[in-house]
Write a protein that binds this ligand. Structure first.
Ligand code: PRP
Length: 216
């Protein structure tokens, strides 16, 4: 048993939103805001330690119970299905909003052909599941960087990617033709922690919920 809860926060944009949420709850985030080279940060006025990680690692830590809670985007949860069932998704935090979209070069009639279509994505699992639901067989190519390039150089007929403002698509002559899924940050918890540290977990989740309700 640990004496303090441990939460994993996704580094980057979601980290800033998480800090804003915690500060609104009265949690002192000074150590998270200037982390230096330290990896575990002790919250001065709340019995909780915070770890800053890459999004897929947040899921791994919570799934393995080394962190009791985590804040991560729905996009990462949808893509990294290997740990599904090892965590509970308890709250939609309402920030980090964007969507997964299917996008093509302007003027492309994506559904107007019977040939096997090739889709480029940083999210092959999200893409696979989207087309599987349609009963459509597609060839998926995993891309690590700017996936918008793929239709432009004719590597793919379409892409499945995150769209936030739409400006990257627009700047490259691409258009979104379908929403695959809506994305936002989620609070996830380890199921064993919910039993072991029931009171502490429920207290924290209720405080987050109360703050979210206050912000509406
Ligand atoms: C994401 C996504 C798009 C872009 C969309 O990439 O892959 O390229 O943002 O945003 P927009 O609709 O506001 O233009 P991100 O900048 O997160 O970088 P990444 O390639 O490292 O994922």
């Amino acid at each position: 048993m640990r004496e303090r809860l441990r939460i994993a926060l996704t580094k980057g944009r979601l980290q800033d939103n998480s800090v804003a949420l915690f500060e609104a709850m009265g949690i002192d985030c000074t150590p998270i805001k200037s982390p230096g080279r330290r990896l575990i940060h002790s919250i001065p006025n709340y019995p909780m330690d915070a770890v800053l990680s890459k999004a897929p690692d947040v899921i791994t830590y919570v799934s393995h119970g080394v962190c009791d809670l985590g804040i991560v985007g729905k996009d990462t949860l949808m893509e990294h299905i290997e740990n599904m069932g090892r965590y509970y998704e308890v709250l939609d935090l309402g920030f980090g909003k964007c969507r997964f979209a299917l996008a093509v070069k302007q003027g492309t009639d994506f559904y107007g052909t019977y040939k096997l279509r090739r889709i480029a994505s940083k999210y092959p699992e999200v893409t696979r599941s989207f087309f599987a639901q349609k009963g459509m067989d597609v060839d998926i190519i995993k891309i690590e960087g700017s996936v918008e390039l793929a239709p432009l150089v004719e590597l793919a007929d379409a892409i499945v990617d995150i769209v936030e403002t739409g400006s990257t698509l627009k700047a490259n002559g691409l258009v979104a033709i379908e929403t695959v899924a809506l994305v936002s940050a989620r609070l996830i918890v380890n199921p064993a922690s919910m039993k072991l540290y029931k009171q502490e977990m429920v207290d924290f989740i209720s405080k987050v919920e109360a703050e979210l309700r206050r912000q509406i």
